[in-house]
Structure formats: C-alpha cells, structure tokens
Ligand binder design. Sequence first.
Ligand code: NAI
Ligand code: MG
Length: 490
Amino acid sequence: MATLAESKFVAPIIRQTNMLINGKWIESRSGKRFQTINPVNETVIAEVAEGDAADVDAAVKAARAAFDSGPWSKMDARDRGRLMNKLADLMEANLDELAGLETLDNGKPIADARAADLPLAIDCIRYYAGWADKLTGDTIPIRGNYFCYTRREPVGVCGQIIPWNFPLLMAAWKWGPALAAGCTIIMKPAEQTPLSCLRLAELAQEAGIPDGVINVVPGFGATGAAMVKHPGIDKIAFTGHYETAQKIMIDAAATLKRLTFELGGKSPNVVFADADLDAAVAGAEFGLFFNQGQCCCAGSRVFVEQSVHDKFVEKVVARAKLRQVGDPFDPKTTQGPQVDADQFHKILSYIDKGKSEGATCMTGGNRVGTKGFFIEPTVFTGVRDEMAIATDEIFGPVMSILPFNGVDEIIERANSTYYGLAAAVWTKDVQKAHRIAAAVRAGTVWVNCYDVFDAAAPFGGFKMSGMGRELGAAALNNYTESKTVTMSLG
Ligand code: NAI
Ligand code: MG
C-alpha cells in the first residue's frame, strides 16, 4: 500500500468547518462540534459545527427571507443562471481541491473523484443553469370568454438531506434544480462527509449567490429531522436508506411537505449467453465495485445465463483479484476504504451471512490490513434468491452471482424485490433487450452498459427505491408549483 507521502496527490487544507447561515460562517448555537473521521486510518480529520433545531430555525428564517422578499425573489431568471454558471466555473477552477476533500473525507480513489464525481457535479450545475430562464407555463383554451394561463413558480424553501457516498455530486443534484427554479436551500450534508459541501458553499458565495439562498447546517439525523418538522420549509429532498425515508414521511405529515426520495436498490444486472461476455464481465465489475460498492444503483444481483455461467465466473473473479485496494490518494488505487465503521461492520456481517447460508465465496471475504475500513473485493456464487446477500442492500464490494435460464424466468426473478432503482441487460438480441427494458420495474435500465449518468437523464426509483426523479427536466417538476390564472375578458 503506498503511503500518502509517496503519492502524487495530497490531501488539501481544510478551509471551512463552520455552518453557513444567511451568508455568515458561524459556530452552532449550542457550541457543539462533531468529528469527521479519515476512513483510511480512523484518525480525526476535523471537528465540524453540529447544528440542532435552533440552528435549523435560524437557517429557515434566512432562507425564507431570501425567498419571500430577498434578492433571490427579485432576480431575473437569466441572472440566476449566470450565477450558477459562475459557480460551475469556480468548481472547475478548484477541481483538485474539491476532489481531494472528497477523497480525504469519503475514502474514494482520487482518480474516481477527479474523473467522475467532479466532472458530473460541474456538468449538473451547468445543465441546470441553462434551465433557469426556460421554465414556462401554458396558455389554455378553457370554455367561456376567459384568458387562462399557468405559471411555473418555485416550490419555496427546500430542505435537502444528502448521504456520504457521493457528497459533492449529491449536493449538485439537489442544488441544480432548486436554484434554477428559484428556490432557496437549507442543506444538511451527511455526518460522515461534510467537508466538500462546506467548501462548495464557499464557492457559491464567491460566485455571488446572495446571502440566505444556500444555507448549510451540518449534523446527524436529528438535524435532518428538525428540518423535516419545521413548518417554514416547503419541501424535503432526501437521499439515503428507505427506513430513514419512512421516518421522514411520518415527520413530514404534520406540515404535508412535498417529498422526494432517492433510496437504495438491489439492482439486477442480467447477462444473457449471447452477450459480448468480456464487455459484460467488465460492466459487472464496474457496476458493482465502483465507489467501493457504495452506490444506490449497484448491480448487486448479477444474473448469468446458465450456459455461460462458469466462464463468466472465472473471468469476473480474475478481474476482482486485480483490483488495487489501498491508499485512495494513490492514483493507481481502484478501491479505497468503506466510509465508516458502521458500513464496514455491516458489510462484513453480510459476508458472514452469505457463507453461513451456503453461498460459495470465490474470492475476498476479509478485511484488508488492520487499520481503516478496507474490505477485499468479494464474489459469491451459488447464491439463491432468498439469501440475505441476494435480498438486502449490502452497499459494499460484495457481488452475488445467480444463474438463470431464459427471458420469462429472469423477468420474474429480477422483479422479485421491494426495490426498483436500476437494472441492466447484456445481450446482442434487440428484441430481448427491449422486452427486458419494458418488463423490469425500475427507474433506469442500461443495455450493454452500466452506471451511465448524465445531468439531462432522469434518475430515480420505482417501488421502495424512491419517489420523484432527480436530474433532467423531470427534477424541475419537484421544485416547482403550477399556478392557474384565469382572467375574464368581459
Ligand atoms: P441514512 O439514510 O441514515 O442517512 C442519510 C442522510 O439522512 C444523512 O445525512 C443522515 O444524517 C440523514 N438522516 C438520518 N436519519 C434521519 C432522520 N430521522 N431524519 C432526517 N434525516 C436523517 O443512511 P446511512 O445510515 O448513512 O446508511 C445506511 C444504509 O443506507 C447504507 O448502508 C445503505 O444501504 C443505505 N444508503 C443508501 C444511499 C443511496 O444512495 N440511496 C446513500 C447512503 C446510504
Ligand atoms: Mg443512519
């Protein structure tokens, strides 16, 4: 394992650990701070201001004022777009620093942070900057002598609660449509990874986005819950576990907030015998192991048609063994540590369950080293649909391979899950591909590819994988209200 000193990239200086309310970087009202931990060596990176209900209340006052009567409500839509483009330019100018913060706090390989997280986040802000002055209503021919039209208005103050797996990218997915629509924001970054979001908010200030438009209140679940309950917030956007979403739904009932959820998955990745096998193997490896397996859309049920099963297993196991686990600041590393102790223990316990339920561990299955949250790339075969490793979201580098026979069987088995976030199919037969694409109950289907994301393409879940869509024009629906205006023409 290369040490930090040997690698080309180094951890950046941490500039900001306070919370941002109404344009001021301040301590929490309670004075409390929490530690964010380096997943490589379990040491403290920094202590970050911890918000509670009083801080949330102050943030809501700022966001309300900026929305109801402040500069944001008066600004021309095109000027909002211009400020968003400025923010994207500043992100690009500070790409190395932001990628370094992401790697330091989350543990993801610097090569991935630079090649995926940052470009996608920048692209997302630019894409939505373009939408700012293009949200139009309709004119509607109603009965009688009336002029009827709709206005598309911002939903208001948005509480945005994000997870730790793609901290900066999740912030961009949430800020983009909110800012384009003219909403104001209170964001709670995940307790594991607050640093890149704080720096991003500094850049938003530098870009000239007015005080109160973006507020950032770091903290734990209780801070998020205070946002969900606050009557001054109009909408909550959440990404994380479905059990958390269930709590949010209950807490939001009293004020009937608009809710959007992007939750997890147990996505089927289906490989037919007629597929380009090497492409399917590479796609299965990437679809599962990318980001240490910490992806909501991870292809964690790899279904392989019986006749190519053994060949596929041999190839995918060989590739798993080649993965470079180690220091995420080493540019050659392809797998860093899991984000924290909770996730690390959760994953190891699923590996134990897989073994005790009778699946065969073909490679991996253990911790790497004695410090930090590193886990070997792990592949199970002989997995049956009812095993815990085939039903539950593991959120780690653990692949389950299940054999299948034919289209009808695989459609039923792919859908026998309470999740419905993503799916993929590998085949050269276009009829098969389209049949699967239509039959699988999931928000995204990839054909002969995996994890292809674009700011313009909607993303979200069927069933217990979520409500509403992020990205694309679809996300703007969740950040706007439609108002009908009817005027008598005499
Ligand atoms: P989580 O759902 O508890 O946390 C996500 C965010 O929600 C964090 O910012 C957290 O502070 C906040 N939160 C927690 N409780 C809350 C509450 N009652 N009200 C409002 N906000 C609250 O997820 P966690 O504990 O980090 O991970 C647990 C599992 O969730 C993972 O192992 C994985 O299976 C899944 N997960 C899925 C993600 C996705 O992208 N869909 C992302 C992160 C986790
Ligand atoms: Mg939690």
